[in-house]
Design a protein around this ligand. Structure first.
Ligand code: PLP
Length: 414
């Protein structure tokens, strides 16, 4: 492939893009249980309009583009308010959950060095914590101490306590974790970090735009946000259940002083003073403007409605899975994320995933243990009944296939 000698027409280009998308997951139909989270066409339209106003602007320099400084700080304040950050809380927008987490790992390393003189920092995390923490450890030279979870997939406080040492710079918990949607015991984990002077990160990339609204809808939840002493930072992804376009997450610190450990400034090259908040240099304005627009468009009542739809749909999905012979849901999902696994060995869940895919459903495969991942957002809600009908049918096929495979095996052995 090389650059076309002459530019193509807009029609040709858009037709080609449309054609290229033909085999992509069909999220618009509500049949995709991860990656894209839809609050409907109206929300997408306001996001599109706001993005197009900021297609070219660069948030690297908010002196050049003060409006982007203002939009970011509005978004950060709105999210800080949701997670009970007080006046002192401070944060930044980043490109996504991974960048927020990378920034936190770097900030925890700096803090451990600054306050406790730690030069060989360690991070204690449950094996359910997102892979981005391992990426951060790899990038920033932090040793990971990964601790097995309990049988119910929640972080094991005693085992984590045993892993904390004088070198611990960061302890991690999730609200909820991605693989099984389980809420970790944040109060107890944060206390472990506080006792040793380490940072504690509550990873609410998945739940940060759900759990606050779930609580407002009357669900009693164990505290997991800045109300918990010892929580020093929180990540909240807007491009997941905040229903904003991709490229939008918020990383928050309990204080400006803690946030300072994230930033990078440099005055030793020929380009003058350089300062950046996160990993990127040039920072696109479009996701920031779109996030600001969607938060304002939906407002609290919009998010309460979407949370109710997503969580009711997840409940229905979970109950439906439990009623299918040979399937179970792992752990106790707190809200909108669940993992579907085999109960016994009558079904190969990955074969089940293939059969569902054949009928137009997309669920990521994950292990260990073998399971299908479902993040349920409002966009999936109208499709749950249809999904459960196909799930029951495909589970029947998967059971029959396995039984037949066994028959063949025995026949061969004899
Ligand atoms: C709990 C949690 N943390 C972090 C991430 C990483 O987010 P991103 O894919 O936006 O980088 C995810 C993504 O699903 C997640 O569920």
């Amino acid at each position: 492939m090389s650059l076309p000698e002459h530019g193509l027409s807009a029609v040709e280009i858009l037709d080609e893009l449309d054609a290229l998308k033909a085999n992509d997951a069909d999220w618009g139909s509500g049949r995709c249980f991860s990656y894209v989270y839809s609050a409907g066409d109206e929300v997408r339209e306001i996001a599109r309009a706001a993005s197009s106003l900021y297609l070219s602007e660069n948030a690297l320099n908010t002196h050049a583009f003060p409006s982007l400084g203002r939009l970011q700080s509005d978004v950060v304040r709105m999210v800080a308010d949701l997670v009970h950050g007080d006046e002192a809380a401070a944060g930044f927008m980043t490109s996504g959950g991974t960048e927020s987490i990378l920034c936190v790992v770097k900030a925890a390393r700096e803090r451990a060095k600054r306050e406790r003189g730690i030069t060989e920092p360690e991070m204690v995390l449950p094996e359910s914590a997102h892979a981005a923490f391992h990426k951060g450890a790899h990038y920033f030279g932090v040793k990971t101490v990964t601790v097995p979870v309990r049988d119910d997939y929640a972080a094991d406080v005693d085992a984590m306590a045993a892993a904390v040492t004088d070198h611990t710079a960061l302890v991690v918990g999730s609200a909820p974790q991605y693989p099984q949607g389980v809420l970790d015991p944040i109060t107890e984990l944060a206390a472990l970090a506080a006792d040793t002077g380490a940072s504690f990160h509550a990873d609410a990339c998945m739940g940060g735009m759900v759990l606050p609204f779930l609580e407002r809808l009357g669900r009693a939840l164990p505290p997991w946000d800045f109300r918990v002493d010892g929580v020093t930072s929180i990540s909240v992804d807007l491009h997941k259940l905040g229903y904003t376009p991709k490229g939008a997450s918020v990383v928050l610190y309990r204080s400006k002083e803690l946030r300072r450990d994230q930033t990078f400034t440099f005055d030793g090259w020929l380009g003058g003073m350089y300062a950046s908040s996160g990993l990127a240099g040039t920072k696109p304005g479009a996701p920031i403007a779109a996030a600001w627009a969607v938060l304002h468009y939906l407002g609290e009542d919009g998010y309460l409605r979407l949370t109710r739809e997503a969580v009711d749909a997840a409940r229905k999905l979970i109950d439906g899975v439990r009623s299918v012979d040979g399937l179970r849901v792992l752990g106790k999902p707190v809200a909108h994320v669940a993992a579907i696994a085999a109960d016994g060995d009558a079904i190969d869940v990955f074969a089940l995933g293939d059969a569902l895919q054949g009928r137009g459903w997309f669920l990521d495969r994950q292990r260990p243990p073998d399971s299908l991942h479902a993040t349920v957002s409002a966009g999936n809600a109208p499709m749950i009944d249809a999904f459960l009908t196909d799930l029951a049918a495909c589970a029947g096929i998967a059971r029959a296939t396995r039984a037949a495979d066994r028959g063949t095996e025995y026949a061969t052995l004899e």
